[in-house]
Design a protein around this ligand. Structure first.
Ligand code: GLP
Length: 246
């Protein structure tokens, strides 16, 4: 794992978007798994800009949505599906066959997990995974206590996740469960970018990067990834031991 600190969220997002665009140029059939949320929002915009301006052929990529709130319809503006539709699929005009998102309304959620796992296997694993970090150290909806070998699964949400998650919704929304790609997939991914910005993430970044590697704090898994990059801005890195920064 490497930790790279940028001046601000914009510089961090420029770096992440360029890294993904370059990876698509090098491997047009890239499998990309991404988180939604505030942190990667600018990266998504810049990725669309890069791919379009540089006329990169992205017609063969496969896009996987990292997670979703169980029970939310896709038209809910706080859903991950809504985010990806507006930020990636519509601007890039991706074909429906190029992306897979968990159907959070499915009667059989386990079947959704199996579909995701089968797709990841069919693609030979995830090439690039771009994730964020929750205020309890979660990645996707891999909540504290999730096994580092987990595959796609449904999770009961932690109280912190239910509370912090309200920021995505215009009105109070009942959040109980999430469906997510597992940490085992993250460990097996060729490259992982974990992004964090802002002073509110400083504590969880310190725990992820300098704390013990433990399933109690899921993001500490990054320390075990040989091609893992923690991309932070100065505020998110403000509590770190500076000698460990790249
Ligand atoms: C959410 C999602 C994660 C996301 C994280 C951080 O609950 N389940 O996939 O990465 O929390 O979100 P944000 O970037 O909005 O801080």
């Amino acid at each position: 794992m490497k930790v790279i600190c940028f001046k601000n969220h914009t510089e961090l997002s420029v770096f992440a978007a360029s890294a993904i665009a370059l990876a698509i140029k090098n491997k047009p059939s890239l499998t990309l798994c991404m988180a939604s949320g505030e942190t990667p929002a600018l990266t998504c915009d810049l990725l669309v800009k890069n791919l379009t301006e540089e006329q990169v052929d992205y017609s063969k990529i496969t896009f996987l949505g990292l997670d979703e709130w169980v029970g939310l319809p896709p038209e809910n503006e706080g859903s991950c599906q809504y985010f990806f539709r507006k930020k990636i699929f519509e601007p890039l005009q991706l074909k429906a066959s190029q992306y897979f998102l968990f159907n959070a309304l499915a009667e059989d959620l386990n079947a959704e997990c199996l579909k995701m796992d089968a797709l990841i296997a069919e693609k030979g694993g995830i090439d690039i995974m771009l994730v964020g970090i929750g205020m309890n150290g979660h990645i996707g909806f891999n909540e504290p206590g999730t096994s580092f070998t987990s595959i796609s699964h449904v999770a009961a949400l932690d109280e912190i996740t239910k509370t912090v998650g309200q920021k995505y919704f215009t009105q109070q929304t009942a959040l109980t469960r999430g469906i997510t790609v597992g940490l085992g997939h993250l460990l097996n991914a060729n490259k992982v970018l974990l992004l964090a910005n802002g002073s509110k993430k400083a504590g969880v970044i310190k725990a992820a990067v300098e704390g013990p590697v433990t399933e109690i704090f899921p993001a500490s898994i990054m320390q075990q990834h040989t091609n893992g990059f923690v991309l932070i801005d100065e505020e998110a890195g403000s509590l770190l031991d500076k000698s460990k920064l790249s």
